[in-house]
Design a protein around this ligand. Structure first.
Ligand code: IMP
Length: 423
């Protein structure tokens, strides 16, 4: 039985949370495979808006189990806040949320190190969410990290102390002005760890293997987006995990030949938070309109997102790297009212026209080449079936399908679960 993947194809914030929530009725298990609380997956249903950071987006459905995989990094303090926010929904968390023993822990000093590292970079800063993601993955690959499974050992606090001491020395090394009271942070951390230990820890790769053998349907939920992938994104302005399809294999222990559908999500336009190249970024009224109508503010940090036209060079690259088999277009409703739309189909790169993503897409290297398309005036948010779509929207969709050579199976016309149109 195959494991399906659901991935963001741009710079994150495509709407993965909403679509996982919509699709969960078809699955037995939803499994997060990378990233950490830098993610903010927003779900809206029954008049409620809820943001998840580490917990998989299937958590509100009675039919599904939710697994936090080994590739995820967990901050017990943020996790506790997420659990607290879920209390009002009266879910039986201990039985529906399972955590991999191999997932790594974000320590308070990882967050401080993130802040120190960013402060030391000055203008070259990544624009990190400062949740300690980079330093935690550095400790993972440096073979120093602490894992969830360590919390089951009696000496976990000693291990913690040794690592935190090392981090403090590193923070001093950065020689930047970071104010903190580690005693308070540690108190909060230890209390949160005790709560985390009440949850169910599993050997998730074995669990998922057995689930597959029993014919259970599994959906792997990605975080961030393909252009933030540590290998294939716009390095160094990326996150610290593999956000692309291969990350699901390493982040869950799923063999490549067990991957089924690869569902790729993109916005009908493009956004980015934090620093880094963004060839189709708009600095005019159109960009301002996208941000305002699309409510483009980070779900985790509240930062305004940069907005721009859809970039098919970047999207084609993401479809290719991930082996996307079906597409989902989000926020088409935000483009209602634009008389003309633009879509980048190629770049001018060092004087030559190219259609693939080059090594470096800094502004000085690439200039997008746009195709202009007709916009539509109709409000899409109340539409429930494709037959209601305006002609210009159908043309926009058909053009993207032709360029990307993958069908668009879902068009989302608003943030609520119900505003989802299947094609
Ligand atoms: P970090 O992973 O928090 O260190 O952030 C690195 C870069 O990835 C920054 O540009 C962030 O804004 C961006 N980023 C991290 N997580 C997300 C996300 O969930 N959505 C959008 N951008 C993100």
């Amino acid at each position: 039985m195959a494991v399906d993947l659901l991935l963001g194809l741009q710079w994150g914030d495509e709407g993965k949370g909403k679509i996982v929530d919509v699709l969960t009725k078809n699955y037995d298990i939803i499994a997060r495979f990378q990233g950490g609380p830098n993610a903010g997956h927003t779900l809206e249903f029954d008049g409620i808006k809820h943001v998840l950071h580490t917990i998989p987006s299937g958590i509100f459905h009675k039919n599904a189990l939710n697994v936090v995989g080994n590739g995820v990094v967990i901050d017990p303090v943020i996790f506790k806040k997420e659990l607290d926010a879920l209390k009002k929904f009266e879910l039986d968390i201990k039985s529906i949320l399972l955590i991999s023993r191999k997932a790594h822990l974000i320590l308070p000093t990882h967050r401080l190190l993130d802040a120190a590292s960013e402060a030391s970079k000055g203008k070259a800063k990544i624009g990190s969410t400062l949740k300690g993601i980079g330093p935690t993955y550095m400790d993972k690959t440096g073979r120093n990290g602490m894992r969830i499974g360590d919390l089951e050992l009696s000496d976990w606090k000693e291990k913690y102390r040794a690592l935190a001491n090392k981090h403090e020395a590193m923070i001093d090394f950065y020689d930047v002005d970071i104010q903190y009271d580690l005693k308070d942070l540690e108190k909060e951390f230890c209390a949160a760890v005790e709560e985390l230990k009440e949850l169910t820890f599993i050997d998730s790769e074995e669990y998922l293997y057995q689930a597959q053998k029993k014919g259970k349907k599994i959906l792997a939920e990605g975080a961030q987006g393909s252009l933030l992938d540590i290998d294939f994104g716009t390095y160094p302005y990326v996150t610290s995990s593999n956000t692309t399809a291969a990350g699901a294999c390493t982040g869950l222990g799923v063999a490549p030949n067990q991957i089924g559908d690869v569902k790729g999500i993109f916005k009908a336009y493009a956004t980015r938070v934090g620093s880094g190249p963004f060839p189709t970024e708009l600095f005019d009224e159109d960009g301002e309109t996208m941000g305002r109508v699309g409510n483009e503010f980070g779900a985790t940090t509240g930062r305004p997102r940069r907005c721009g036209w859809l970039d098919l060079v970047a999207l084609r690259y993401a479809v290719q790297i991930n082996g996307v088999t079906e597409l989902m277009m989000m926020k088409g409703d935000v483009l209602s009212g634009f008389k003309r739309l633009k879509v980048a189909t190629a770049y001018t790169y060092k004087g030559t026209e190219i259609t693939h993503l080059p090594y470096n897409i800094e502004d000085e290297n690439v200039t997008p080449i746009y195709k202009q398309m007709n916009g539509w005036a109709e409000d899409l948010t109340k539409m429930t079936k494709v037959e209601q779509f305006p002609k210009a929207l159908n043309e926009y969709i058909a053009f993207l399908e032709k360029e990307l050579e993958v069908p668009i199976k879902i068009v989302s016309v608003g943030p609520d679960r119900t505003q989802t149109i299947h094609r």
